[in-house]
Ligand binder design. Sequence first.
Ligand SMILES: NC(=O)c1ccc[n+]([C@@H]2O[C@H](COP(=O)([O-])OP(=O)(O)OC[C@H]3O[C@@H](n4cnc5c(N)ncnc54)[C@H](OP(=O)(O)O)[C@@H]3O)[C@@H](O)[C@H]2O)c1
Length: 318
Amino acid sequence: MRAIEIAEPGGPEVLEWREAPDPRVERGEVLIEVAASAVNRADVLQRQGFYEPPPGAPPYPGLEVSGVVAEVGADVEQFRPGDEVCALLAGGGYAERVAVPWQQVMPVPDGVPLREAAGLPEVACTVWSNVFMIGRLRKGETLLVHGGASGIGTFAVQLAKALGSRVVTTVGTAAKAERVRELGADEVINYREEDFADKVRADVILDIMGAKYLAGNVRALRTGGRLVVIGLQGGRKAELDLGALLAKRAAVHATALRSRPVDEKGAIVRSVVDNVWPLVSAGAVRPVVHAEVPMADAAEAHRMLDSGEHVGKILLVR
Ligand SMILES: NC(=O)c1ccc[n+]([C@@H]2O[C@H](COP(=O)([O-])OP(=O)(O)OC[C@H]3O[C@@H](n4cnc5c(N)ncnc54)[C@H](OP(=O)(O)O)[C@@H]3O)[C@@H](O)[C@H]2O)c1
């Protein structure tokens, strides 16, 4: 098969479309003929040499794919050759074929084109597990989503609205503000013009900035609030005012999806299929696709992500 190899750590130009060994299907795995993958910020960190794939994962980047099941390993009863699926990966999605534990494979939600489904596994599993399973966001509560126009943000805004929450989100431009309002955000804060911590009180905060926003996030939490940090774009170390947390009986969580064991990913995937896929099939939550780029031109897709002008997901299609 062919796959995108990282020739050496560096800029987008180090991504090269090359011959690569075909993956072997082990017991409990599903071999997927890839229709599309999608770009995640973690892929950029991996390209730059800052994010090693977990042990056992393929060396090629790519945390999600959609495609058709080509083969199943021993003990796999849940999927059959020919099934249209999408999957959460520990790596290896920028390739023509990938083998993945069956627990991380999902049917394509009804009504979603096969290629577009490649942009769903990371955002759906990340948002559902952090905002709803860990953050326990309930109907009527307020969610603050930082970076509402990101791949993660566009999904979080729609899902929280579909489940009856009030959604406030931060963005950096007027054009992105317009887009997230169209997705259903009740209030949009341009973080270049205003301090969100002066404006919003939230029950749950989904944070991608880490250190830079920690004090503001704690200030913006309501009593009993839950801050869930999933990104460190603003650094990893900051002072935490435990007194403020204590007074609000609030909690701070920080999680990463990629390094979780297969069983934990499987539990999230099953919960997503049960709780999120019906909303996607009903059209209440839609994949937001910024661009479709041929997989061989992954470097171009990374330049797009690096430019920061995208809204939603950038797909790599075959
Ligand atoms: N822990 C996990 O399991 C997990 C899983 C998936 C993703 N993530 C993380 O989630 C984040 C989003 O991922 P993605 O793939 O969706 O990335 P993405 O589409 O590239 O989005 C990055 C976003 O960051 C926003 N941003 C930059 N500076 C900001 C600031 N000061 N305040 C608010 N927003 C700001 C940008 O918005 P503007 O252009 O409007 O500034 C942009 O929309 C990344 O940090 C990623 O690492 C974590």
